[in-house]
Write a new protein. Structure first.
Length: 220
């Protein structure tokens, strides 16, 4: 069935392409538009070819805005797509303008070009990898800086206390009698402090992750 679908798409493209080659740009446009109404059974290459043909037909029919829109859709699928070298100047002009607009769109920060769902997904895995990264991704520079600072401080404190726990543990094992009891109490005090700071570091990680996930992005 898939092969049949591909063959059908190929045959429709052949008809549209022949119409385009013979100067019947309206037929080429209509055939391409009809084919693109359902791309579920098309290959990626077929979709790209139909979009190029549709955009080219729009351009030659002097429907420049539609041509630019279709070419931008094509570039969103394949940013490296190149027109045929023999494409008419009017088509190349529309394609170049679409490329410039698409490049300008990509240059925008994520908070200005992505949907809320896309932002949430991107911020989610970034915050899991590095606390604060998700906030920066959403344009929340102050919140990101705070998240990074809190996580770094809590981890540094944890590392310092872990070193102190190890030192106190060694001292305790070297002592005897009353000195050993006193050294053990000191060891337990530092051990408890280390555990508290460990829970704080974990809490900071969780809170900054949830903040990156659910806080609204910076204003556009």
């Amino acid at each position: 069935m898939e092969c049949r679908a591909e063959s059908y798409a190929d045959s429709v493209y052949s008809i549209a392409r022949q119409a385009y080659a013979h100067g019947d740009y309206l037929t080429a446009r209509l055939e391409a538009q009809a084919a693109l109404e359902d791309t579920s059974k098309m290959t990626r290459k077929q979709i790209l070819e139909f979009r190029e043909l549709l955009g080219s037909s729009f351009a030659i029919l002097k429907q420049r805005d539609d041509a630019i829109r279709v070419f931008r859709e094509l570039l969103a699928l394949d940013p490296f797509w190149q027109l045929d070298e023999d494409a008419p100047p009017i088509v190349k002009d529309a394609f170049d303008e679409a490329y410039r607009r698409y490049a300008a769109y990509l240059a925008l920060p994520p908070s200005q070009r992505l949907s809320s769902g896309e932002l949430q997904f991107g911020a989610s895995w970034r915050s899991l990898a590095l606390p604060g990264w998700g906030q920066f991704y959403k344009g929340q520079k102050v919140r990101g800086a705070v998240a990074v600072s809190l996580q770094v401080l809590s981890l540094v404190a944890l590392a310092v206390l872990q070193s102190e726990v190890n030192r106190r543990h060694d001292i305790y094992h070297e002592k005897e009698g009353n000195d050993a009891a006193s050294a053990y109490d000191e060891y337990r005090r530092v051990w408890r402090a280390r555990n508290v700071v460990g829970y704080v570091a974990l809490g900071v990680y969780i809170v900054t992750y949830l903040d990156a996930l659910y806080s609204p992005a910076a204003s556009k």
